[in-house]
Ligand binder design. Sequence first.
Ligand SMILES: Nc1nc2c(c(=O)[nH]1)N[C@H]1C(S)=C(S)[C@@H](COP(=O)(O)O)O[C@H]1N2
Ligand SMILES: [Mo]
Length: 262
Amino acid sequence: MSNPEKNKQPDTGAAVQKQINRRNFISFGTFAVLGVAAFGGWKSLYNSAIETTGITGGAHKPLRRALNKSELFFRNFFSNNHLVKTYPKSMAAKKVRQNTSIGADSKLDADNWRLQVKKLSGELLAITLDEIKALPKTELIFDFKCVEGWDQIQHWGGVRFVDFVEHFGLQPETRLNYVGMETPDKGYYIGLDMDSAMHPQTILAYEMNDMPLPVGHGAPLRLIIPVKYGIKNLKRIGSINFSNHRPHDYWAEQGYDYYSGL
Ligand SMILES: Nc1nc2c(c(=O)[nH]1)N[C@H]1C(S)=C(S)[C@@H](COP(=O)(O)O)O[C@H]1N2
Ligand SMILES: [Mo]
């Protein structure tokens, strides 16, 4: 059998060199073009406006746009039918980890505590803990996650936020895009997208391990929202408000992701 390759005239040295030169020229050219494009991209990002600090922490505008896009992406994927994994009670930690208590470390005035809710009508509700405890109780055992890198299976009890909303006639308020919550002294505050607040596993908790909530864990009432990192699980809730613009958020102001979803 004859091999056509074998019969081919070998290339002359000059022809090979010419081909190498041509390839070098093309690959160097491509490299140079990509390099200029990358530098241009970096430079326009570098020169782009820095967001005013406030709600989000001073990111360059194009980066913030990308972050907002990814937030929308996750929100679209996020569905209230997706439940966070739960565990048997026996797996819940007996020694529950405690983290910072900004806005919740002064002495608690339990007798005068009221949950203030601002309605769209302008009416201000002042709800007592007994009124909240009278609503159906939901228990939740899930893996609580802090952005600092730890997690722990914990057992909480309280009223589902959806049940709370329904009981106090806050349906019109939930047509807005955001919920804001603050400690009574306004030292710590969080903003939540409405879908996450209305998730069936979001609870206003007044119990931990079947006992009244200890002060260090947010007595008399704290938020437990398993679709978010710990930073959004506000301890010692003083007030709740609803709006179409993002409520201010303590850690977002420090540059953390506003959505902070899991
Ligand atoms: N009022 C208030 N709520 C807060 C915080 C805080 O500093 N102040 N820290 C948050 C953070 S970062 C975490 S991880 C959890 C910790 O809750 P724990 O102390 O019950 O473990 O509370 C969140 N809620
Ligand atoms: Mo945290």
